[in-house]
Design a protein around this ligand. Structure first.
Ligand code: HSE
Length: 426
């Protein structure tokens, strides 16, 4: 047994105890939840530097038993044990999904227990309501890990960037799809095999459709957009397209143009006119853009503020310890603010999005070779893209910047359009 300098701390068999330690509970002992519990042991000293009293995970809620885990004695199956223990002041919700996470979070906040989460599905669906309940009960609802895994982005949006008019956010917000696109670009590997690799590494959602069809990235850009304007950007209102239609041929075309295909969440606000444009879709990113070099499971959030100009936040967007690190940073903030609310500006007033058809973009298009001449007359800024490995019956081109609605009018005049991918500008 050793004794510590703070509050008569005792360390017995690796377990720390003192009378003032902040008691916490972890809901969900999966990849991220187990990372949170382990992190308090692995980085015990740095936790102590921030919260001198120390933080103890008293309970772990999960449906399963973990007989071989060193934390087996903390596992409980009844949420009421946590709720009815007045010692619990901070809770981490890493269950994922809407229910029972929503009910448990609400009940905890109503008892004045601060809740920290990585659950973007819940934050995107009920963020403002949970923030309001937290405020009414002098506790906090924090969600740093819900966007960008280990990347600090929510806290900077709330604090460091508070004086800015943020005009643009472009994010690589899903580690699984970025990993998949990078492997497809660098190796000759099929979509199915690369998805399995991502799942084996613990990056993918339980239902991979959420990653592949862009819903996960869409929820994350909805959260960032809401923080950007302080109102609610509903993810259901955001046009959303994933990477399931991207082929090796598209990847090869992009490479021939010095571009890489990335699934992006984009949010643009014109503060003069009040228009707000949000979209999730695959884009061809030029080599000159800082997002081009973001590979594998890494995520990045590119932010433009009117005063600060361009910023880029970069790091691991998924995985056990990076995500756990973000959750624990929130838990430490809550532990330092017991009985107080850490404010986050996000009301439930709905933010109206502008009609995406009015937005302008450049496009990459694949068509039958027989339509080439017609396309060159129809599309402004037509520029042919040639690729040695392309099928003989095919032509590809890029357009100049055009309104989405004009692009669609032109595209309708062709007998067939095989693929359309937007180009990100420098
Ligand atoms: N499935 C998500 C991703 C996990 O791949 O980014 C982190 O939110």
């Amino acid at each position: 047994m050793t004794t510590g300098a703070f509050f008569n701390t005792y360390v017995t068999n690796g377990k720390e105890w003192n009378s003032k330690m902040i008691k916490a509970a972890v809901l969900g002992f999966g990849t991220v939840g187990s990372g949170v519990v382990e992190l308090f042991d692995i980085n015990r000293k740095s936790v102590r530097r921030r919260v001198p009293e120390g933080v103890e995970v008293k309970y772990i809620l999960d449906l399963r038993e973990f007989p071989d885990s060193p934390y087996a004695d903390r596992v409980v199956h009844d949420f009421n044990i946590i709720l009815d223990d007045p010692e619990i002041r901070v809770m981490c919700e890493t269950m994922g999904g809407k229910e029972p996470a929503f009910t448990f979070t609400k009940k905890a906040l109503e008892r004045g227990i601060s809740v920290c989460t990585s659950n973007k599905e819940l934050v995107a669906a009920h963020g403002p309501e949970l923030l309001r309940i937290a405020k009414e009960n002098n506790c906090s609802y924090l969600f740093e890990a819900s966007v960008g895994g280990g990347i600090p982005i929510i806290r900077p949006m709330n604090t460091s960037l508070a004086p800015e008019y943020i005009t643009r956010i472009i994010g690589i917000l899903n580690g699984t799809t970025n990993y998949m696109m990078t492997r497809m670009e660098q190796e000759d590997i099929s979509f199915e095999d690369v998805l399995k690799q991502a799942q084996d590494r613990g990056y993918a959602e339980r239902n991979p459709e959420a990653d592949i069809e862009g819903h996960d990235a869409c929820r994350k850009i909805a959260i960032l957009s809401s923080l950007m304007c302080g109102k609610t950007v509903r993810y259901e209102d955001i046009p959303c397209e994933g990477i399931s239609r991207i082929s090796m041929l598209d990847v090869a075309y992009a490479r021939s143009m010095g571009r890489a295909i990335k699934l992006l969440g984009i949010s643009e606000r014109d503060w003069q006119t009040g228009t707000f444009y949000v979209r999730t879709a695959p884009y061809m990113v030029p080599a000159s853009h800082p997002l081009h070099g973001v590979e594998d499971v890494f995520n990045a959030v590119f932010v433009h503020g009117n005063l600060v100009d361009n910023l880029m936040f970069y790091g691991r967007g998924a995985g056990k310890f990076p995500t756990a690190s973000a959750v624990v940073s929130d838990m430490l903030d809550c532990a330092l603010n017991i009985g107080e609310n850490i404010p986050i500006r996000w009301s439930d007033e709905k933010m109206e999005l502008s009609d995406p058809a009015l937005n302008s973009s450049r496009f990459f298009v694949r068509i039958p070779a027989s339509e080439k001449e017609k396309a060159s007359r129809l599309f402004r800024g037509y520029e042919e893209v040639s690729l040695a490995s392309a099928p003989a019956d095919e032509a590809a081109f890029t357009t100049g910047s055009m309104k989405e609605s004009s692009f669609e009018d032109c595209a309708r005049q062709l007998s067939e359009v095989r693929k359309v991918i937007r180009l990100l500008e420098d």
